[in-house]
Design a protein around this ligand. Structure first.
Ligand SMILES: Nc1ncnc2c1ncn2[C@@H]1O[C@H](COP(=O)(O)OP(=O)(O)OP(=O)(O)O)[C@@H](O)[C@H]1O
Ligand SMILES: [Mg+2]
Length: 214
């Protein structure tokens, strides 16, 4: 699903962030990435999701080599197979819960009403479809963001500290749902977290330190 080989990345005018990173993720597998603040976790996640370019090495996503793609080629590949969830929930404030949930699937032309109904029920959002994001708790907003990400059945879900803004109870509930949903949809999960407890729940883990996977 995802193959990262000897990838290096330096932002202009800064010290190198990634120096020869290699990682792989099989279809349907879950991988936790840990590392100190500033170690390059978000940078690596962005490269894996074809959101940004890299200096050397190769990343192969769903069989496509990213080094040869320009911005529009990367965007097309992302639309086809990747979804993202961030620490900030990034819901669209002017859309209801139900509209937010189906937004990306509609853009991608992959609406499956039965799957979206199933997702809504599993996420416990059935009663909240007509509400707006500002009328939800943090945990509820993140559940909508996860539902929105999975509505188009992506092959790969990239999650950057998705429970970083939640208390422990809400965080556990959101992680339970996310792990259950990637399992039923066969989606691979690449998750950045600071929590050892969360990392231990995934199939595999990797630790980023000094620009390399330790
Ligand atoms: N767009 C950018 N331009 C220049 N430097 C950047 C940019 N984005 C990140 N950096 C730098 O790259 C390094 C890695 O940043 P990154 O956001 O990947 O770290 P992180 O491991 O996700 O940290 P955190 O745990 O705090 O989120 C940091 O030193 C950061 O300042
Ligand atoms: Mg980060």
């Amino acid at each position: 699903m995802l193959q990262i080989e000897d990838v290096s990345k330096t932002y202009p005018g800064a010290r190198p962030v990634l120096q020869g990173v290699s990682l792989h993720l099989d279809a349907g597998e879950t991988l936790a990435l840990t590392g100190e603040s500033g170690s390059g976790k978000s940078t690596l996640l962005h490269l894996a999701g074809a959101l940004d370019g890299f200096d050397s090495g190769e990343i192969t996503l769903a069989g496509t080599r990213l080094s040869g793609l320009d911005d529009s080629g990367r965007a097309a590949l992302r639309r086809g197979c990747v979804a993202l969830v961030f620490q900030q929930f990034n819901l669209i404030p002017s859309l209801t819960v139900a509209q937010n949930l189906s937004f990306h699937a509609r853009l991608a032309g992959r609406q499956d009403p039965a799957w979206i109904r199933d997702l809504t029920d599993r996420l416990g959002l059935g009663e909240l479809g007509a509400r707006y994001p500002e009328q939800l708790s943090g945990g509820q907003q993140q559940r909508v963001a996860i539902g929105r990400a999975l509505a188009a059945r992506p092959a790969l879900l990239l999650a950057d500290e998705p429970t970083g803004n939640l208390d422990e109870t809400a965080s556990d509930a959101v992680m339970d749902l996310m792990l259950e949903l990637v399992r039923v949809s066969g989606t691979a999960l690449f998750l950045v977290t600071h929590s050892e407890r969360i990392a231990a729940r995934l199939d595999r883990r990797a630790h980023l330190s000094g620009g390399r996977i330790a």
